[in-house]
Design a protein around this ligand. Structure first.
Ligand code: SF4
Ligand code: SF4
Length: 183
C-alpha cells in the first residue's frame, strides 16, 4: 500500500435538463485554449462538445476525457427517459473511430484540463459562461494513494505522434528542429 495524501477532486455536475444548446461553453473553452490565448474560437478545438439530438430535442454537454489509441471492442447504448442515444454519442474518449475531441489541424487528442492556469481560475470557464446553470463546479478533498505519474497533455500528444509515425521518426524530427533552433 502506498502513502496516503490529500487531493482536491474537481467535478463539474451536468444538469442536462437546463442546457439549451447555446454553445457558450464550446466558444469560451476553444478561445481559452487558443494560442495566443483568446485569439480565436473554434468549437472543433473545444474540450466540451454539446451533442444535439434534434429528433428528441435534447442537448447533452460531453467533456473530453482520456485519449485511447484503439477503439473499444464493445459499444454502449444509453436509454435515458425513454430516449435512446447513438452508440458512442456520450463517450468522452478521444478515439480513432471518430473525429470528436481531436485538434482539427494536427489530429492530436484534446482533453479537458479544468482550465488549468497560473494563477488558477476561480472556476472552469465553461461553468462561468453557462448562464443557464447547466454546469455546476464542485470541489471536495479526498485521501488517496500516492498517484503514479500521470501523462500530461504534451506527453499524450507525443505518444499519439509516436503511434502514428513511429518513435524513431518523432525523435529525429525533434532533433532536427532543435538543431535549427525551432525548439
Ligand atoms: S453554455 Fe450551458 S446551456 Fe449553453 S450549451 Fe453549454 S452547457 Fe448548455
Ligand atoms: S473545464 Fe475548461 S478545459 Fe474543461 S471543458 Fe470547461 S472550459 Fe474547457
Amino acid at each position: 500500500m502506498g502513502e496516503k495524501k490529500k487531493k482536491i477532486i474537481k467535478t463539474i455536475k451536468i444538469d442536462v435538463d437546463k442546457c439549451n444548446g447555446c454553445r457558450a461553453c464550446e466558444m469560451i473553452c476553444s478561445a481559452f485554449h487558443a494560442a495566443p490565448r483568446y485569439s480565436s474560437n473554434n468549437p472543433e478545438r473545444s474540450r466540451i462538445r454539446v451533442i444535439h439530438d434534434p429528433l428528441r430535442d435534447i442537448y447533452f454537454p460531453v467533456y473530453a476525457g482520456e485519449y485511447t489509441a484503439a477503439e473499444c471492442m464493445g459499444r454502449d447504448r444509453y436509454v435515458i427517459n425513454g430516449k435512446e442515444y447513438d452508440e458512442c454519442a456520450l463517450c468522452r474518449a478521444a478515439c480513432p473511430s471518430r473525429g470528436l475531441f481531436k485538434e482539427p489541424d494536427s489530429g492530436l487528442p484534446l482533453k479537458c484540463d479544468m482550465c488549468e492556469d497560473d494563477p488558477p481560475q476561480e472556476e472552469p470557464l465553461c461553468v462561468k459562461w453557462c448562464l443557464n446553470d447547466a454546469l455546476i463546479y464542485e470541489e471536495r478533498e479526498e485521501e488517496v494513494e500516492e498517484e503514479e505519474v500521470k501523462l500530461d497533455e504534451m506527453e499524450i500528444g507525443l505518444e499519439e505522434l509516436a503511434n502514428k509515425y513511429g518513435l524513431q521518426k518523432v525523435t529525429e524530427a525533434i532533433s532536427r528542429m532543435s538543431k535549427k533552433g525551432e525548439v
